[in-house]
Design a protein around this ligand. Structure first.
Ligand SMILES: C[S@@+](CC[C@H](N)C(=O)[O-])C[C@H]1O[C@@H](n2cnc3c(N)ncnc32)[C@H](O)[C@@H]1O
Length: 258
């Protein structure tokens, strides 16, 4: 399944009240939003029809989140769905996640693009291929190691995979507190040591498996005031029951077949 039809179902079933997109380009993925939306990209050139209430910021995600109130454009409504698809370098993806989670609802979902490179060349920090994922794939191991409280689900969409992250805790500062140590360990020189299980996709969720669960309905139906402590155990339980316990913990993979 191509990533756009998969994201279309996420938007429809989650029905978020506020959407964040980092990396807009021509607006193709932003056009899926049907709610108050913020798009951030220093070089967007919109070609898609946007049929929603959207604020576009021609800047980098770092500059945007350095502003005094990043939720000004949503009238304070925290993000319930975020798509991180900006600069495909690990440190940018990590900062984008830290900033998105800090401004998310605990019933929110954050989606990374490009976590499943098809080759070591495609994962290079120094781009030399047409398609390019960069080293965003390292986010899986970082979230697994530093944030076992999260639910982290790599999805085998085409062309280069998505990573769904939920069970969000906007007050959790573990990643920001350990930023320097994470950089020292995970920002690695090319060629990238992409794990074989990501390259072969054999232990990554087929999109249909995720869409067959009630995860999106549980998020959409949870109380507006629910805290991370309320929601996280329920989400882990649902994921373990419907996908297997390997998926209930960040980054632990189990073999699945379509
Ligand atoms: C792969 S494209 C986004 C595609 C779009 N999300 C889609 O699926 O149709 C990546 C975009 O990220 C933007 N970008 C690069 N650096 C960025 C940054 N620091 N902050 C936000 N966006 C950035 C680029 O200008 C480019 O348009």
């Amino acid at each position: 399944m191509y990533y756009i039809p998969f994201l279309t179902q996420i938007h429809r079933r989650l029905a978020p009240k506020a959407y964040l997109e980092i990396g807009v380009r021509d607006g193709r993925s932003l056009a899926l939003a049907k709610c108050r939306a913020i798009g951030i990209d220093p070089a967007f050139s919109i070609r898609a029809e946007l049929d929603t209430d959207v604020a576009l910021f021609r800047t980098s995600s770092d500059e945007y989140f350095a502003r005094p109130d990043p939720l000004n454009a949503t009238d304070g409504q925290p993000f319930e769905l975020s798509f991180i698809d900006g600069l495909h370098l690990f440190e940018f993806a990590l900062r984008d996640f830290i900033n998105a989670e800090r401004h998310s609802s605990p019933r929110g979902l954050i989606v990374f693009d490009d976590v499943l490179p098809r080759s070591v060349d495609e994962a290079a920090r120094e781009r030399h291929t047409t398609g390019w994922t960069g080293d965003v794939y390292s986010m899986l191991e970082v979230l697994s190691r530093y944030r076992p409280d999260l639910i982290v689900l790599p999805i085998a969409t085409n062309p280069t995979g998505l990573l769904l992250v939920t069970g969000l805790d906007p007050d959790n500062t573990t990643l920001a507190d350990n930023y320097d140590a994470i950089m020292a360990e995970f920002r690695r020189a090319d060629p990238q040591p992409v794990p074989a299980e990501l390259l072969d996709r054999l232990t990554v969720l087929p999109p249909a498996r995720l869409l067959a669960t009630d995860l999106l309905e549980m998020l959409a139906g949870s109380e507006a005031g629910a805290t991370a402590a309320d929601l996280s155990p329920r989400l882990h339980q649902l994921v373990a029951a419907s996908l297997g316990s390997g998926y209930a913990s960040a980054g632990r993979f189990v073999a699945v077949t379509e």
